[in-house]
Design a protein around this ligand. Structure first.
Ligand code: DX5
Ligand code: ZN
Length: 214
């Protein structure tokens, strides 16, 4: 079954606890961490993840859009993340492998994320060790952007690699997911859908989550 991961980037940060409760029917809670260097935007960091951990039992899917993420894996794990995704473009391959290693030692699930420019084959050195692969369907940095249909090919290619090398691995997509685009990404092989504006922009977030379950 398809899993839904609302992105709190589109929540009201003054009422974050209320907005987290509003999406409690979802499967994961997606937390977008941006550093102003890997992406042009700056969002939230370790203390906020710590606070979120105290107010919900939801599975925290923390998407690190930061340079050299190896520096912060332990801190985000201790803050309460259940899964950490790091961008393959954010450091040299040896340090990506090192970051994944630290995740294992800290007991968090391991994920890598791909910008639209990155080819599916880039996951090959890590695939057997991963719990989830995140394919961006927008350029990372901001919520509310238009879905990039050209990423359907990458999703299909990643799904084929998952089936071949690690069938238990999940395939998450992030960016521009709405009732119109959800069936396309699911048909291409995604099983975890991140949605920010489609959930929090709706009058009834619970109904919006249900509408995304293809
Ligand atoms: C973008 C973030 C996304 C964002 C998605 O860089 O990684 O998680 O919140 O927002 P929507 O669903 O509005 O495209
Ligand atoms: Zn994200």
């Amino acid at each position: 079954m398809v899993k839904i991961a609302p992105s709190i980037l589109s929540a009201d940060f003054v009422n974050l606890e209320r907005d987290i409760r509003r999406v409690s029917s979802a499967d994961y809670l997606h937390v977008d961490v941006m550093d102003g260097a890997f992406v042009p935007n700056i969002t939230i960091g370790i203390p906020v993840v710590q606070s979120i951990r105290k107010c919900t039992d939801m599975f925290l899917d923390v998407h690190l859009m930061i340079d050299k993420p190896v520096r912060y894996i332990e801190a985000f794990a201790k803050a309460g993340a259940d899964l950490l995704s790091i961008h393959l473009e954010a450091d040299h391959p040896t340090r990506i492998a090192q970051a994944l290693d630290i995740m294992g030692k800290c007991g968090v699930k391991k994920a890598v994320a791909l910008r639209p420019i990155t080819s599916a084959n880039a996951i090959l050195p890590y695939i057997e060790d991963l719990d989830l692969i995140l394919v961006m369907t927008v350029e990372p940095g901001f919520g509310g952007q238009a879905f990039m249909e050209s990423q359907l090919d990458t999703i299909r290619q990643v799904r084929a690699l998952i089936e071949k090398y690690n069938p238990a691995c999940e395939l998450e997509v992030d960016g521009g997911i709405a009732p119109k685009t959800a069936p396309l990404v699911v048909a291409a092989g995604a099983n975890v859908l991140v949605a920010g504006s489609a959930v929090y922009g709706a009058a009834d977030p619970a109904a919006a989550i249900a509408a995304l379950r293809v």
